[in-house]
Design a protein around this ligand. Sequence first.
Ligand code: GLU
Length: 553
Amino acid sequence: MDYKDLANLIFPNSKDISYYEEKYKNRNLDEGAIVTRFAPSPTGFVHLGSLYQVVVARKVAKQTNGVFFLRVEDTDQKREIENGVTGIIESLKDFGLTPDEGMKDEINEIGNYGPYKQSLRKEIYESYAKYLLEQGKAYPCFATPEELEEMRQKQEAAKIRPGYYGVWAKYRNLSVEEAAEKIKNGDSYIIRLRSEGKEDRKIKHHDVIKGNVDFPENDQDIVIIKADGLPTYHFAHAIDDHLMQTTHVIRGDEWLSSVPLHLQLFQMLGFKAPKYAHIAPIMKEDEGGKRKLSKRKDPEAAVSYYTEIGVPKEAVIEYLLNIANSSFELWRKQNPNTSINEFELQLNKMSVSGALFDIVKILDIAKTVISKYSAEKIYEETINWAENYDKELLELLENKEYALKVFGIERGNAKPRKDIAKWSDVKENIEYMYDNKFYEKELEYDYQKIIDKDLIKKILKLYIEKYYNENDDKQMWFDKIKDLAEEVGFAREVKEWKQEPEKWPGHVGDISTVLRVALTSKSNTPDMYEIMQILGKEKVFKRLEKAMEVLNK
Ligand code: GLU
């Protein structure tokens, strides 16, 4: 009996690997095209760090006319949740990051390199496990949980490296006859790699992101096929990325230490190894130190968080590009209106250590992104968001024509307003433009510099009786506020007042502020002329009168 017979006993019906090697033909791509993937476990949850990897991987694939595919890694069936694949696919779709190939929902997929779900590739893994068994590069291991526990305890007591290797690899040297005997007996087993590595030898690895890293060779006889018949992550990774012709494995740097094992697997299977690019995680400041952004502790680690608070997807993606390549910021400054697709991302310029998460930066980017939207687009995005998260806002926006006017204030010009960072800001931002909301609360007025109640009343009264005219254009409107300033003894021009401040109690700006506060109960709003135009005479008067009424109390 030889290795071949043992392999046949274990996998009697497996296809020869030549079948798969033939089936998955070379991708006909341009020289330098990057084929890469996102390979999540179907846990339903998408971490911001995963989205970051997707943005990076998809970008480099796109910019080289390559392929970005989605492979579902569901061989750890304990971690799976129902509809976990859908959750991931929906999130990618939400962010406009649909893959070129791979799973499209729980069952369907596109592409010629599938199945793209590992649990459907069992036969393929078996063929390759058989191939290794035939050459004696893998073997069945019959160690029971008790035996493994005993081994672990002995290693711990002797303070030596834990694991199944060297002299500890009890079933490594079982003869094929003995192994066959046990199998026929019905003893349970798993398949392990017969490692040829030596711990005191080094391998050199060049990581596209991390640069040169040396590791000791892998000498552990790692499990390749588990007791449930499914492969381990490591084994599946080597076979899938080989057959799917991945050129670059772009993944989280928690996998960096597995590189020696992965390179060994590629080598023992006779495959050309892909390039590896290990991405540093997104970090968070915590009590003076730094730690990984955590699914458990940080709500902002879930990509769904951004959808819930209504940050536009583009802003999140732009933020992630920002942390991916520090040159992005300058590029954006120089190309404020260019699509991010034009930005050339460089994997080898990514930071080796993790970027610090910065919500202020995300919101800042979001403000700029939203400032470039048209009123119509803002209206639509707000409605979409409000449908799921804020029914009251939805009602407020019922009158589309009016809403468009409100959103249109100081928009569509060279310096559009930048006061909305997320759709959940909108309500507070526009409420005062709606009478039912405006009068709902107890109104508070802070007139800033002018505190003399009689003067304020006088200003408001004069404005209503003498200076307001609905039909004035902006110039005329402002000239009249200047006239009003003069009439109450204030400087017509801020400039004049600045030159001789002792001459007047204040200037036209202070008068405007009185009007603005009376009109909106806010001292800071966008263009007051536009606000008055939208509200119209009747509402403007009603509000100014209300302010006077409050002053009389
Ligand atoms: N399934 C692995 C994970 O979720 C994928 C790692 C990889 O991209 O190879 O971490």
